[in-house]
Design a protein around this ligand. Structure first.
Ligand SMILES: Nc1ncnc2c1ncn2[C@@H]1O[C@H](COP(=O)(O)OP(=O)(O)OP(=O)(O)O)[C@@H](O)[C@H]1O
Ligand SMILES: O=C(O)C1=C[C@@H](O)[C@@H](O)[C@H](O)C1
Ligand SMILES: [Mg+2]
Length: 192
């Protein structure tokens, strides 16, 4: 089985890499969609660097996202996120995984659109909820009814995420399957 699938995957990765060219590949989507996990694996498959904006924000501020929200509020966090993204997007090709709210912020969205090919990991509420309810590191979900909050965020944000160049449905399949679908979406897209 492996003898058959591996060369096919390699070819797919090469095709995707050619289609991406010098552009960045930017993952967008809600918390738990898999931007960080699938982004990292996609970068490995493409053989290009991976960066994660949440991780980079925590590194430069030397604070956790939760502490940043608590100390400075969401508006300041968004301003820092936009600055960090601008820097991360400056040179490509890279895979850039963004925080869930980055593409919703107008300034960051403009930068992301200019900075690369965007891919939305679109997931249903129950898939997201199963993944995010295990940890309490997401400040926006520290509410009385976090599942309802997540649903409200979906309603508000999905029309905006839908502006992405590419969409892949995130669900409970192997991460490798997700990566293959991401690579196929890049390889097959027709945009310059
Ligand atoms: N296809 C998948 N199948 C099973 N688990 C997955 C899959 N994709 C991601 N996960 C898991 O779901 C959790 C959330 O994924 P991840 O942290 O990548 O989400 P995210 O989109 O980066 O969220 P955030 O916006 O909060 O950073 C992780 O534990 C990850 O390993
Ligand atoms: O969806 C959001 O607005 C967020 C998602 C996370 O990735 C973090 O960037 C932060 O918790 C905010
Ligand atoms: Mg993430």
């Amino acid at each position: 089985m492996n003898d058959v699938t591996e060369p096919v995957s390699a070819t797919l990765a090469e095709r995707a890499k050619r289609a991406l060219g010098k552009r960045n590949l930017v993952f967008i989507g809600l918390m738990g969609a898999g931007k960080s996990a699938i982004g990292r694996l996609t970068a490995q498959a493409l053989g290009i660097p991976f960066v994660d904006s949440d991780h980079e924000i925590e590194r430069v501020s030397r604070m956790t996202i939760s502490d940043l929200f608590a100390a400075y509020g969401e508006e300041e966090f968004r301003a820092l996120e936009a600055r960090v993204l601008k820097r991360l997007l400056r040179s490509g090709p890279r895979v850039v995984s963004t925080g869930g709210g980055a593409y919703i912020n107008e300034r960051s969205r403009r930068q992301i659109k200019r900075g690369g090919l965007t891919i939305w990991l679109n997931a249903e509420l129950d898939v997201l909820w199963e993944r995010v309810n295990k940890r309490d590191t997401r400040p926006l979900l520290k509410t009385e009814n976090p599942k309802q909050t997540l649903e409200n965020l979906m309603r508000a944000r999905y029309p905006i995420y839908a502006e992405a160049d590419l969409v892949v449905v995130s669900r409970d399949v192997k991460k490798e399957t997700m990566v293959e679908e991401v690579l196929a979406a890049i390889a097959d897209h027709q945009k310059a």
